[in-house]
Design a protein around this ligand. Structure first.
Ligand code: CP
Length: 319
């Protein structure tokens, strides 16, 4: 099956601004379905979707599952621990065996950058990247951008700063690709050891001081320190990181305007973000989670060949 996005969703880098807008616009009508008593429409009835998670996940796995179920698809969750991957079976063999059972789509999270593309080139089912190594996490990027668009409207000229461990962050890369295509001004801020070399070539401004980033930005998207991906001493200590780069209410209060606060989760409270900021009046962190379900419904719908103009009808259960 192929729709207006092509066969797969592997990242935001390959998408045009029009395709990004289509995804965001399609997510909006789907949001209302999750507000209903009976949160279900028959749009993907008969489709079978496998969620293949080789890495831990709370938000992404559960919200894909909600999205699939709310569109009436049949879903199967495969966790590495209980599968034959733990006996040495390859990724492609696993997927081909699943395809032999006549599936339509695979949602994959994997620790290797490029794993989603590798799979997409070898199987006929639609492949959706739910996060591959440090490469991309396109549905997280989309839900972050939708949350920003809900607050700001047009993103052209809006200033978004991504703060923290950009080096290990697939979320940062998807945000940078998506936001710059939609005309936002994007910056990154963090210790130089946690910023990729030549990050400026992605069209972003670099701030070395969190105070400067806060003064510049309309919104901060604050990243988790991915300690599990750090093989060397990138920062002296978590306490030191919080002291120099932590987003605290004391720092935000000094800014000349209120900043929107985003975090893709999971959060390390007291490290990259303090609790009073995470739970404060300018935080849209839980709105991001809510938008995640609608964005993933839109992705599934469009990849399954859904027509953008039929999203309203799909919401009513007529498409
Ligand atoms: N934001 C995100 O990807 O969270 P999970 O790792 O819990 O899916």
């Amino acid at each position: 099956m192929a729709g207006p996005l092509g066969k797969d969703l592997l990242g935001l880098a390959p998408l045009s601004a029009d395709q990004l807008r289509l995804l965001l616009d399609t997510a909006v009508p789907f949001r209302e379905i999750s507000e209903r008593t009976i949160k279900k429409v028959p749009t993907l009835r008969g489709a079978t979707i496998v969620n293949l998670f080789f890495e831990a996940s709370t938000r992404t796995r559960i919200s894909f599952e909600f999205a699939e179920k709310r569109l009436s698809a049949d879903t199967v969750n495969v966790a590495v621990a209980g599968s034959s991957v733990s006996k040495g079976e390859t990724l492609v063999d696993t997927a081909r065996n699943l395809e032999a059972m006549k599936i339509d789509m695979v949602v994959i999270r994997h620790s290797a950058s490029g794993a989603a593309r590798f799979l997409a080139e070898r199987i006929e089912s639609n492949v959706i990247n739910a996060g591959d190594g440090t490469n991309e996490h396109p549905t997280q990027g989309l839900l972050d951008i939708l949350t920003l668009r809900d607050r700001f409207g047009d993103l052209a000229g809006r200033r978004v700063c991504i703060v923290g461990d950009v080096l290990h962050s697939r979320v940062a890369r998807s945000n940078i690709w998506g936001l710059t295509k939609l005309g936002a001004d994007v910056a990154v801020c963090g210790p130089r050891s946690l910023l990729p070399n030549a990050i400026e070539q992605m069209g972003v401004t670099v701030f070395n001081r969190i105070e400067d980033a806060i003064e510049w930005a309309d919104a901060l998207n604050i990243l988790r320190l991915q300690l599990e991906r750090m093989q060397a001493g990138y920062i002296p200590s978590l306490r030191e990181y919080n002291r120099v780069f932590g987003v605290t209410s004391a720092r935000l209060e000094k800014a000349s305007r209120d900043l929107l606060i985003l975090h893709p989760g999971p959060m390390n409270r007291g490290v990259e973000i303090d609790s009073d900021v995470a739970d404060g009046p300018h935080s849209v962190i839980l709105d991001q989670v809510t938008n995640g379900v609608a964005v993933r419904m839109a992705v599934l719908y469009l990849l399954a060949g859904g027509k953008p103009e039929l999203a309203e009808a799909a919401k009513k259960g007529n498409a």
